[in-house]
Every structure is written in C-alpha cells, then in structure tokens.
Design a protein around this ligand. Structure first.
Ligand code: NAD
Length: 482
C-alpha cells in the first residue's frame, strides 16, 4: 500500500491475489488492508492536511506537481496499460487510450489550481467589506470501481489536490495495480508525503471503515447504486460530505431522419465498449418504428463482426468479463430476457475459449419497458432494443428507470434534438455522437445515478468549503449594550 510517502505491507502481513480475467493466471499480489491500515492512512492524510504544507501552497506550486504527474503517466503509459489490461480484461489498445485520457485530466486540473477563487461584497454599506472564500474541504476518501481504474481516480484526485485537500484512496480489490503505482508517480512528481495515501483491500472492511471514519471530511465514491446508498448510511456518523457517481441504464434514441450509418457505429460502440462494463453504456436502444426492422438487422450484422477475445491482442475490441460474479450476473440477465419474452437475435452465451471469461456480443429486440433487461443495469455486452413512434413516447420510455446518467439522440431535426435533450432527466446528453468526454465538461447523474458532479471547472469547488469573512470598518455603530 502507499501510506505517508512509503510503500508498506498490511499490518497483518496478509495479502490477496488478482487473476487475469482473460488468461486465468495470477497477475498481482497486494496487501490486504484492515481497519488498522485504514486508520494509519487516515492519520497520515489528516497530518498532511492539518500541518501542511500542501493546503497552504500557492495554486501555481500545486499545478507544477499535477502537470508533472501527467507527464509521468504518459511516460509510463505502456506499463500502466498492461497492468490495467491484465487485471480488468479490457483490450490493450483501449487501455493505452485511457492512460492518455487520464493524463489529460491531470493537465486540466493543473490549470484549475490557479482558477479557484471566491467572491467579495463591497455593497453592504460604507462600514462593511465582506469576502466569501473557498477553502479545501480537508481529508477526502475516494473509493473506486474496477472498470476504469486509473481514469476514474483521475476524475477525482487531481481536482481534490488542486483544491488543497489530502486523500485516502481505496481502489477496487479487483484492479488495485495502477492506483498503487500512482502513489510512486505522485512522489516522483514532488507531492509531499502523506497528501495521498492508498489502501488495497475489500469493501468490507476497508471501504466501510473509510465511509464511517470520523476523521474524514468528504467521501467521493464511484460504484454501484446499492453500495453508494450504503456509503451514504455510513457517512452519517460524522456527517461527512458525500459525492456519488453511480450506475446507469442509458438510452440511445435513433430517429428515422438520422444519419443512420453514423448512428449504427455509435450504437454498437456505445453498448460494447469496455465489454459493456461501463456506467455510460448505451445499453437501451430506442429506435423509431419506421426504420426499426432495417436498423436492427444492421446492428445485428455489425455486432457479429466485432472481434472478441484475448485482451492482449491488438485487434481485440471486446475483452474478458471482470470476474465470476459479474459473468454469472450477465448470463442471468440474458436468461431473464429470454424468460420475459424478449427475442434473442444474436449472442447470448459464453464464447468458447480455452481460458478466460468471454461473453458474445448479445442483442435482444421486442423488449418491453417493464422487463428487467430494459430497466436494470446489466453491466455486460447486452443490448436491449425497444421501439417508439413519437418523440414524446421516446422521452417517456427513456425516463422510465431509476437512473439518469446519460443519453444519446440521433436526428437531423434540431427541434427533436433539443426537445429530447431537455426532456430526458440525465447528467449528459449526446446529440449525434455518443460517449465523448472532455475534462472541461461536468459529469454526473440525475436520480439514482449520483450526487454532485465531477470534471469541468466546477469540480474543484466540490472539494471546498465556503467561508464568509465579514469586516467592519471604522467605529462600532448601533451599540447593543447601551
Ligand atoms: P461496487 O459498488 O461493487 O464497488 C465499488 C467500490 O466500493 C469498490 O472499491 C468496492 O470494494 C467498494 N465497496 C464495496 N462495498 C462497500 C461498502 N459497503 N462500503 C464502502 N465501499 C464498498 O461497484 P463495482 O462493481 O466495482 O463497479 C461497477 C459499478 O460502478 C456499476 O454500477 C457502474 O455503473 C458504477 N460506475 C459508475 C461510474 C460513474 O461515474 N457514474 C463509473 C464507473 C462505474
């Protein structure tokens, strides 16, 4: 683990192993944190925050560390990408891209370091000048999932550091490799000891210990909606601030007037990218009835051609499924789709492979809005297709889940595009594109997809407290005691 600027074992001496989902061999052995290790990590972060120097440095000095981190991530791209591919099963080419996207987030947050500012009031009368200042919120715990390990921590950590916070991070037990390497990278970039601490281990006990911990001021969690709710419950102990990035069941709407060639590619990319193990996955296709038959046939033809297999093969687009639980969960949803009367058009099973866990790209049509495969997050390469006649109906179906993370709309009609964008309750809407992202644009969910926002210029403010400072100028007037 990484505590107070040093690589350390667990106090108990225990470790746990990680197997490659695509190869079935052990690719990592990591210290198994318990509550004592979490306490040490929190104590180091607390010291680094309470005694400085990090929170007191100028934005200019903090930005140098963040930019240097971006450079080192780029320089170590191959090594980091290989670790992610071996631990997560994602295709190696995609993993390399994710290292670049991660570095870009450190660059952007570096620029924000000098942007953080408050407000002043010179309008409260001749004897008053008042300031509203932003201060770093304190020690932030960050708990992350396995699907985009370095990318997701890079959506949080640089912004918290830019604000002047210190942190304790718990990556997923399935993919701790690159987050632990980030500890060394930050030290090399010049981050003072104790500002970032990383514990490896399971949700129970280390994630729970962080969520409950009285010395932590804020928790930034990315993961499932179910665990997000548990984190909110545990946070009550000291009323820490909670920011949540949770699940999604994102609708992808295709109208008859769209550029269907472009929409086809985006639909297939949207659902099968990262094996569908993606919070933003466009796992529900809503297609207008006039074009449904032809468009669905083309989706099926395209799905059949996508290369599935060894994540280390440069041609692979769909790699391996993260673990046995997830694998069985996906197959369970496929069975539920069949049972509910949806029509399985392609895929639906395990890919015959010597080793590793692979699921064929799967398409169901004739899906009804009330079916589980239309409402629940499957987190696998499974597309559920529904149809609609009017934009009002499309918006109603799109909104008929507990989630509100993102949505896509394909049309050449500007009125339709904006009616849908306004009508769908989700944090991100893509018009004639899907799953693009930029550090400048905020990201997060409506409804049960989350609380708060990451990225964009506001994200740094999530990691601050506001303080009002009021100054009385000149002699005291309206004396109270007289
Ligand atoms: P998960 O909720 O099972 O686990 C996430 C993290 O929480 C892991 O580090 C885990 O060890 C930890 N954890 C587990 N139980 C805990 C507890 N009781 N208290 C505190 N921490 C605990 O999620 P996952 O399976 O790793 O990831 C998949 C989920 O993440 C999906 O639902 C997906 O939609 C969501 N996700 C959301 C976003 C987003 O930005 N909205 C991004 C990626 C993934």
């Amino acid at each position: 683990m990484w505590i107070d600027g040093k690589s350390v074992p667990a106090r108990s001496g225990k470790t746990f192993l990680r197997e490659s989902p695509g190869h079935g061999i052990t690719v990592g052995e990591y210290p198994l944190a318990d509550r004592h290790d979490v306490d040490s990590a929190v104590a180091a972060a607390r010291r680094a925050f309470d005694t400085g120097p990090w929170p007191l440095l100028s934005g200019a000095d903090r930005s140098k560390v963040l930019w240097q981190t971006a450079e080192i991530i780029r320089a170590r791209k191959e090594d980091l990408a290989l670790t992610e591919t071996l631990e997560s099963g994602k295709p190696i080419k995609q993993a390399r891209d994710e290292m670049e996207w991660s570095a870009a987030l450190w660059d952007y947050a570096g620029a924000l370091c000098r942007h953080l500012h408050g407000d002043s009031y010179n309008s409260l009368g001749s004897q008053v000048l008042a300031l509203t200042v932003r201060e770093p919120i304190g020690v932030v715990a960050m708990i992350t999932p396995w699907n985009f390990p370095l990318l997701i921590i890079s959506q949080k950590l640089p912004f918290a550091l830019a604000a002047g916070c210190s942190a304790v991070i718990k990556p997923s037990e399935l993919t701790p490799g690159t987050t632990l390497k980030l500890g060394e990278i930050l030290a090399e970039a010049g981050l003072p000891d104790g500002v970032v601490n990383i514990v490896s281990g399971y949700g129970d006990p280390s994630g729970i210990a962080l969520s409950e911990h009285p010395e932590i001021d804020m928790i930034s969690f990315t993961g499932s909606t179910e665990v997000g709710k548990a984190v909110v419950g545990a946070s009550q102990r000291n009323l820490k601030k909670v920011e949540l990035e949770l699940g999604g069941k994102n609708p992808h709407l295709v109208f008859a007037d769209a550029d269907l060639e472009a929409a086809l590619d985006a639909v297939v990319f949207g659902v099968y990218f990262n094996m569908g193990e993606c919070c933003n996955s466009g796992s529900r296709l809503l297609v207008q009835n006039d074009i449904a038959d032809e468009f669905v046939s083309r989706v099926i033809e395209t799905a059949k051609r996508i290369p599935v297999g060894d994540p280390l093969d440069e041609r692979t687009k769909i790699g391996a499924i993260i673990d046995e639980n997830q694998f069985n969960k996906i197959l369970g949803y496929i069975e539920s789709g069949n049972r509910a009367g949806a029509r399985l058009r392609v895929g639906g099973g395990q890919l015959p492979q010597v080793t590793g866990r692979f699921i064929e790209p799967t398409v169901f049509d004739a899906v009804q809005p009330e079916m589980a495969i239309a409402r629940e997050e499957i987190f696998g390469p499974v597309l559920s297709i529904l149809t609609f006649d009017t934009k009002e109906e499309a918006i109603r179906i799109a909104n008929s889940t507990i989630y509100g993370l993102s949505a896509g709309v394909w049309t050449r009609d500007i009125d339709t595009a904006f009616a849908v964008s306004r009508g769908i309750r989700a944090g991100t809407i893509w018009i004639n594109t899907f799953m693009d992202g930029y550090p400048e644009l905020c990201f997060g969910g409506f409804k049960q997809s989350g609380l708060g926002r990451e990225l964009g210029r506001f994200s740094i403010e999530e990691f601050t407290e506001l303080k009002s400072i009021q100054v009385h100028l000149g002699p005291r007037t309206n004396l109270w005691a007289r």
